[in-house]
Design a protein around this ligand. Structure first.
Ligand code: F6R
Length: 244
C-alpha cells in the first residue's frame, strides 16, 4: 500500500524497466501483458518518462493486451487499440509487429479461431513475463466477469451491467457501450509469471478487500489470484482502506 498512485507506479515501472533491461542484456525478448482503463495511465506515463529520460528501449518487448470490446472498430475513439496507441505505443519504440491486442472487428464466426490464435501467440512468445491488471467493481480482471471460471481462456464474453454503466460516460451513454468483449481468460492470466494488480481510490476498496480476504469464488474472479505464486496487489491508501 502506497501513499498515492504516483508513488506506486514509480515502484512498479522501475521493476518493469529493470526486468526489460535484464532480458536485453541476455539478448532475449520480454513479454509484457497490458491493461487499459484509467488505472494504468499513470504507469504508462512513468514508463514513457523512463524511455525518454533514462533511455529504456522497448525494442525487445512483445506486448499482449488483456481485452477489447466487441464488436468495435480499431479506430473507434473508445477502442482499446486506440487507447493503447495514445497512452503508450505512440510514445515508445516498440515495433508495431510486436504489439498484440485481441481483435474487436473480426466477423462473429471467426472470433473463436481468433481467440485460439491469441492463446497460441502468447505461448509462441514464451509466455507472459509480467502481466498488469486493473480490477472492475464487479471483481473482473480483464473482462472476466462474475461467473468466469479459474481455467477460462481467451474468449468472447458478455459484459456485466455494472461494467457497461461504468463505461457509459466514455461512450456518451450506456446504449453505446458494446455488449460483448474478447478477453484473456482467468487461466490465461494465471499463467503469467508475475502479476501486478493495480487499484486506486475508495470506489475499489470493497472489491479489493473481498478479492484478498474472502474465499476464491467465480462470483469474484480477481479472488482466483490468491492461488497465483507471484502476484502483488499495488494499492493506494484509499483502495486498501477496507483491508483488515
Ligand atoms: C482493462 C481491463 C479492466 C479494467 C477494469 C478497471 O483492460 O481489463 O479489467 O482494468 O475495468 O477499469 P478502470 O481502471 O478504468 O477503473
Amino acid at each position: 500500500i502506497y501513499d498515492d498512485a504516483q508513488a506506486a507506479v514509480v515502484q512498479v515501472a522501475g521493476e518493469i524497466a529493470a526486468a526489460i533491461r535484464e532480458r536485453q542484456a541476455s539478448g532475449g525478448k520480454f513479454v509484457l501483458g497490458l491493461a487499459t482503463g484509467s488505472t494504468p495511465v499513470p504507469l504508462y506515463r512513468e514508463l514513457i518518462r523512463i524511455h525518454r529520460e533514462e533511455g529504456l528501449s522497448f525494442a525487445n518487448v512483445i506486448s499482449f493486451n488483456l481485452d477489447e470490446y466487441f464488436p468495435i472498430d480499431d479506430r473507434h475513439p473508445e477502442s482499446y487499440h486506440r487507447f493503447m496507441r495514445e497512452q503508450l505505443f505512440d510514445h515508445i519504440d516498440m515495433p508495431d509487429e510486436q504489439i498484440n491486442i485481441p481483435k474487436g472487428d473480426v466477423p462473429r464466426e471467426e472470433v473463436f479461431d481468433a481467440c485460439k490464435e491469441y492463446e497460441d501467440a502468447i505461448v509462441a512468445a514464451g509466455g507472459i513475463d509480467i502481466q498488469i491488471l486493473g480490477i472492475g467493481r464487479t471483481g473482473h480482471i480483464g473482462f472476466n466477469e462474475p461467473g468466469s471460471g479459474p481455467k477460462s481462456r481467451t474468449r468472447l464474453v458478455t459484459l456485466d451491467r455494472l461494467t457497461r454503466l461504468d463505461a457509459a460516460r466514455d461512450f456518451h451513454g450506456e446504449h453505446n457501450v458494446p455488449r460483448y468483449a474478447v478477453t484473456m481468460g482467468v487461466g490465461t492470466i494465471m499463467d503469467a509469471k508475475k502479476v501486478y494488480l493495480l487499484a486506486w481510490g475508495r470506489s475499489k476498496a470493497e472489491v479489493i478487500r473481498a478479492a484478498v480476504e474472502d474465499d476464491p469464488v467465480e462470483n469474484l474472479p480477481a479472488s482466483f489470484l490468491q492461488a497465483h505464486e507471484n502476484v502483488s496487489f499495488i494499492l493506494d491508501t484509499a483502495s486498501g482502506s477496507e483491508l483488515t
